[in-house]
Design a protein around this ligand. Structure first.
Ligand code: UD1
Length: 339
């Protein structure tokens, strides 16, 4: 079985992917610098899998740390989750974003080259498309000018990977373009842990429902959509995690040594209908109101996930209802409320 390094393994998507890989029998090593996470999800991974995890604290920008790690462990593959991901913060602190997200990528690819580790999976985002001209968007759509420094780092990392893969045919690279990951593990032992006030919709919804926030504001109701609110493609984090397992399994069967895949459900859902669905599924009273548009928001985007189905043999299985129920169970668990 392959030995796989997960950078950012203590984070939301990293932790869910670790669970799926361990349950499939892969040998997994997690690293994280805890700059945007803490160790609380690590316990959850061990509880779900019943296995002691191999975790090392360290920073992907630290070449000495990486060198020692790669010398000790004989990795077959790397899944690179570690990155800063707040759109707002990236606008305020662009250098921090370019420095962190680009340097960790170059350091990793460099150490992989040195130790002849050739399988690389990169956490990309649908943000690379900007507002696409054609929806559902497929992987051939051009990259529009990025809406934020965060989005620009994802575009640049994909470009960087393209160039490195062109120069080194031994490298097998896959970029996974996540749409909107939501939900939590159904065990409620791991889930999303936003730092401070959440920017993302579903954590804001669950924190409002539990009483941590006074009300949810829906950003805009005058978009060109059926109810006027934005449209997104909300994908259960467990489905997303399973796409990484498929990528690891299929990486040597790809048509080229650098491929990108959309990871989404293929269904566009309005923000307002998600909020209504949350109320319906959980039966909780949610205080919400319509507010002005949020700067930088894209009107609508959802995936054409056909390529992932055809080449990875992957498609989503979990519904929006399950995502919202699991997100709510996790929020209740955090608040120690009975679920
Ligand atoms: C964006 C990026 C995504 C990135 C994510 C990281 C796009 C298309 N997507 O997601 O790649 O990983 O940021 O943070 O660029 N909303 C409200 N009220 C709230 C919060 C959100 O109405 O309190 C609305 C937003 O206006 C948006 C939708 O909910 O229409 C989803 O917002 P959010 O969860 O922040 O994700 P994106 O902005 O879609």
């Amino acid at each position: 079985m392959k030995k796989i390094l997960l950078t950012g393994g203590a984070g939301y998507i990293g932790a869910h992917t670790a669970v799926e890989l361990i349950q499939k029998g892969f040998d997994v090593v997690l690293i994280d610098d805890f700059s945007k996470s803490d160790n609380s999800l690590l316990d959850g991974i061990e509880k779900i899998t019943g296995k002691k995890i191999n975790f090392v604290e360290g920073d992907c920008k630290d070449s000495t740390f990486l060198d020692q790690l790669f010398r000790k462990e004989k990795f077959d593959s790397v899944i690179h989750f570690a990155a800063y991901k707040s759109v707002n913060e990236s606008v305020r602190e662009p250098l921090m974003y370019y420095n962190n997200n680009l340097r960790s990528m170059t350091e990793l690819l460099q150490v992989m080259g040195k130790y002849n580790v050739n399988e690389f999976i990169f956490s990309s985002s649908c943000t690379v498309y900007g507002q696409p001209d054609v929806i559902p968007v497929d992987e051939t759509a051009p990259f529009k000018k990025a809406e934020s420094p965060y989005g620009a780092t994802k575009q640049m990392c994909e470009r960087l990977l393209e160039d490195v893969a062109a120069a080194n045919k031994n490298l097998k690279a896959i970029s996974l373009r996540y749409f909107n990951p939501v939900g939590a593990h159904p065990s409620a032992l791991i889930g999303e842990l936003p730092i401070g006030v959440p920017n993302n919709l579903v954590p804001y919804v669950t924190q409002t429902a539990i009483g941590l926030r006074e009300k949810l504001v829906i950003f805009g109701n005058n978009y060109q959509t059926p109810d006027g609110s934005c449209i997104r493609d909300f994908i259960h984090v467990v489905d997303l995690a399973q796409a990484h397992v498929k990528s690891i399994e299929k990486i040597n069967e790809m048509p080229s040594n650098n491929e990108a895949f959309n990871l989404g459900t293929g269904e566009g859902v309005t923000v307002l209908s998600l909020v209504k669905k949350f109320i319906e599924v959980t039966n909780v009273n949610l205080n919400y109101e319509i507010g002005p548009r949020r700067t930088g928001d894209i009107e609508k985007v959802y995936a054409n996930p056909t390529k992932a189905k055809d080449l990875l043999g992957w498609q989503t299985r979990l519904s929006l209802e399950e995502s919202l129920r699991d997100a709510w169970r996790w929020e209740q668990k955090l608040a120690n409320k009975p679920i």
